[in-house]
Design a protein around this ligand. Structure first.
Ligand code: AMP
Length: 113
């Protein structure tokens, strides 16, 4: 058995985090190093290393629906980001969707925020 991922350890409460949403299949936490005034991570409890390992329509759909639900609970406008693979900026190899928002009016600029 491989070692639990960072996010599995967060789900298990072995590593502290600020949990903003949880149900049987997903958890959402505040990112420890926020790249926006509001920066959340929506994480499926069933582990896949990267989002393109998810092949089921229902599983993919539920992940995005959960991300939108979490985003809408805190933000009216927001950005959803998924980094896929090292070359795509992914650092934690347990699929997650970033929810970013809360910028002042006029921000963010392009995709750099
Ligand atoms: P990614 O680069 O897409 O894999 O994103 C991983 C994210 O996890 C980064 O934005 C990190 O800041 C965030 N992160 C790393 N460790 C923790 C932690 N212990 N609690 C919350 N977020 C974390």
């Amino acid at each position: 058995m491989s070692a639990p991922t960072l996010f599995e350890r967060i789900v298990a409460r072995e590593i502290p985090s600020t949990i903003v949403y949880e149900d049987a299949d997903y958890i959402a936490i505040r990112d420890i190093a926020p790249k926006a005034p509001v920066h959340l991570l929506v994480i499926p409890k069933v582990v896949s290393a990267r989002i393109d390992e998810i092949t089921g329509e229902a599983e993919m759909g539920r992940l995005m629906l959960t991300a939108v639900k979490v985003a809408r609970s805190q933000l009216s406008d927001y950005r959803l980001v998924v980094n896929v693979g090292k070359g795509g900026g992914q650092e934690v190899f347990h699929t997650h969707v970033h929810v970013l928002g809360g910028w002042e009016e006029g921000s963010p600029v392009g995709f750099g925020a």
